[in-house]
Design a protein around this ligand. Structure first.
Ligand code: NAD
Ligand code: MG
Ligand code: MG
Ligand code: MG
Ligand code: MG
Length: 332
């Protein structure tokens, strides 16, 4: 069973006695920087010249410097720029300014797990990853609560890296909810697998296949859209609140019976074998290396896949229907 850590297990003064640089001010970066500051931590935000986030961070009362300058000043560096550019930011702005005893922090393990970033042995390498988007992390903190986090140590140069990671997690509200100890390997591999097989890849393909099946059989696309995409939210909300049990308690007995008899025909032995293959390609680095190559090539296939889905009947049907639902995506 997982090891859990709460507020009483973490010493806030550890991170309060360090100087923290948060590189990036997006979803996670803004939440970390603001909550660290409100927890009495000396924090600066590192952003490149011309970053649109600069004005926002300054407006919110944070000091912004160039990434290299932030790393120079700080002894804890949290890397919250997009994963595919972290290695470049590391080479250009972090590595030249790292000092023995510094700690390098991440919100996701990809670059360390696949050796795209190889920090020197003299620094701590830690992860604190909230299990929620940055805006929720910040809002929960402000409300005196927190989003659960996972924390890991890849390299323990100081022999106290985990206490430092827990202290950081406490400063962003994580230990109020609970921090689970993990490793960079477990976090990275399960995160990639989850988003590919289930959350993003699996769900998107399931929706597309269901929609196409109904439309090809002659049903109206608008009706197919409601049944195969729109209603997914109701189901997922129930699962989120109370697992499969609450979903099955809430849907009709007919729906529940269909779930038992038809679900395993959709996710069958062949699908499960493919999941194992996908996991294997995550574990052996094939996925990560292919993705970095695609990114460096300027995202040719990524753009092609994106365009194809944006032009699909599913997309155009959804665009039209969502306009009928005033409560959906009000800040679009
Ligand atoms: P994001 O895309 O929301 O924000 C990235 C930020 O980096 C932006 O402020 C951007 O201006 C800045 N940036 C871009 N290039 C830069 C450069 N060269 N130098 C300095 N700053 C630069 O990113 P995110 O979603 O917050 O993800 C950050 C990290 O957190 C990733 O490792 C991600 O895997 C992890 N993470 C994200 C979430 C999430 O919910 N979004 C959850 C857990 C972990
Ligand atoms: Mg420094
Ligand atoms: Mg994830
Ligand atoms: Mg991910
Ligand atoms: Mg129905």
């Amino acid at each position: 069973m997982a090891e859990l850590f709460y507020d009483d297990d973490a010493d806030l003064s550890i991170i309060q006695n360090r100087k923290v640089a948060v590189l990036g001010y997006g979803s996670q970066g803004h939440a970390h920087a603001l909550s660290l500051r409100d927890s009495g931590v000396d924090v600066r935000v590192g952003l490149h010249e011309g970053s649109k986030s600069r004005a926002k961070a300054e407006e919110q009362g944070l000091r912004v410097t160039a990434p290299a300058e932030a790393v120079q000043e700080a002894d804890v560096i949290m890397v919250l720029v997009p994963d595919p550019i972290q290695a470049k930011v590391y080479e250009e702005s972090i590595a030249p300014h790292l000092k023995d005893g510094d700690a390098l922090f991440f919100g996701h393990g990809l670059n360390i797990r696949y050796d795209f970033i190889k920090p020197p042995a003299s620094v701590d390498v830690c992860m604190v990853a909230p299990k929620g988007p940055g805006h929720l992390v910040r809002r929960q903190y402000e409300e005196g609560r927190g989003v659960p986090c996972i924390a890991a140590v890849e390299q323990d140069a100081s022999k106290s890296a985990f206490a430092l990671a827990l202290s950081y997690a406490k400063a962003i509200g994580g230990t109020r909810a609970g921090v689970i100890k993990t490793t960079f390997t477990e976090e990275t591999e399960t995160d990639l697998f989850g988003e590919q097989a289930v959350l993003c890849g699996g769900t998107a393909s399931l929706v597309k296949a269901g929609f196409d099946t109904l439309v090809e059989a002659g049903y109206q696309p608008e009706i197919a859209y409601f049944e195969c995409l729109h209603e997914l939210k109701l189901i997922v909300d129930l699962m989120y609140e109370g697992g499969l049990e609450k979903m099955r308690w809430s849907v009709s007995e007919t729906a529940e019976w269909g779930d038992y008899v038809s679900g395993p025909r959709i996710i069958n032995d062949q699908t499960r074998a493919e999941m194992k293959k996908i996991l294997g390609e995550i574990q052996d680095g094939t996925f990560a290396n292919n993705w970095m190559a695609e990114y460096k090539a300027g995202l040719p296939k990524y753009s092609e896949y994106k365009k194809a889905d944006e032009d699909s009947l599913l997309a155009t049907t959804g665009e039209k229907l969502r306009n009928l639902m005033s409560w959906v995506d009000e800040d679009k």
